[in-house]
Design a protein. Structure first.
Length: 203
């Protein structure tokens, strides 16, 4: 798609070559967000919505890859076990593609897993202008101008740095969800500044 000038993309990242046991989260503006994550972070298992497991085009791939379903009754336990084994799990806290950049209607699933597993969180921020492959659009409905996609792989976050670990877990879930929403909102508010920091000369 890049070769035929349908979009251009850049990846800005910290070193993730030895990443193990991280919960990877990302905002979700495009259909292909997960593909970018799996291309640049090793050993990623995705938590996917049930509709993909019922889709005849994706069902076998999801089963073969061992991806986890978001509606699995044992998801929390199996996610914690996978993280403890050193696997990296990808979850989109919004649950589905958003309709505009700062919508960020995060559900608590990501926070629940992070608090229960006490695992590091790797935030990835997607910027796409003009937006493409959005929810409600067909895959062939592309903008007239080639989109510019920037993928920023941020430094890892530790749960105790984000919320008070002495609080009851149910309160930690809520506060961590709120923290992550504000974290993404701040970065999406000024994309130019956020991306520019990865290209400043080192002192």
């Amino acid at each position: 798609m890049q070769v035929v000038w349908l979009y251009r993309y850049r990846v800005h990242r910290h070193n993730v070559s030895d990443l193990r046991g991280h919960l990877i989260i990302a905002n979700h503006p495009m259909l292909i967000d997960a593909l970018f994550v799996m291309a640049y972070v090793r050993d990623v298992c995705c938590i996917v919505k049930p509709a993909l497991a019922a889709n005849p085009f994706t069902r076998l791939t999801i089963k073969a890859a061992g991806f986890k379903l978001a509606n699995d009754d044992n998801l929390l336990q199996s996610a914690c076990e996978a993280l403890a084994r050193g696997e990296n799990l990808l979850i989109f806290p919004e649950g589905t593609r958003n309709e505009y950049d700062d919508q960020l209607a995060f559900k608590r699933g990501a926070a629940n897993i992070a608090v229960m597993a006490q695992c590091p969180i790797l935030p990835i921020v997607f910027y796409c202008s003009p937006r493409m492959l959005q929810k409600g659009e067909k895959w062939w409905q592309l903008p007239e101008q080639p989109a510019q996609i920037d993928i920023v792989i941020e430094p890892s976050l530790e749960v105790p740095e984000c919320v008070d670990a002495s609080l009851p877990r149910t309160r930690q879930y809520r506060l961590l969800t709120e923290f992550l929403i504000e974290y993404y909102r701040a970065r999406l508010a000024d994309p130019v500044c956020e991306i520019a920091q990865y290209h400043r000369p080192k002192a």
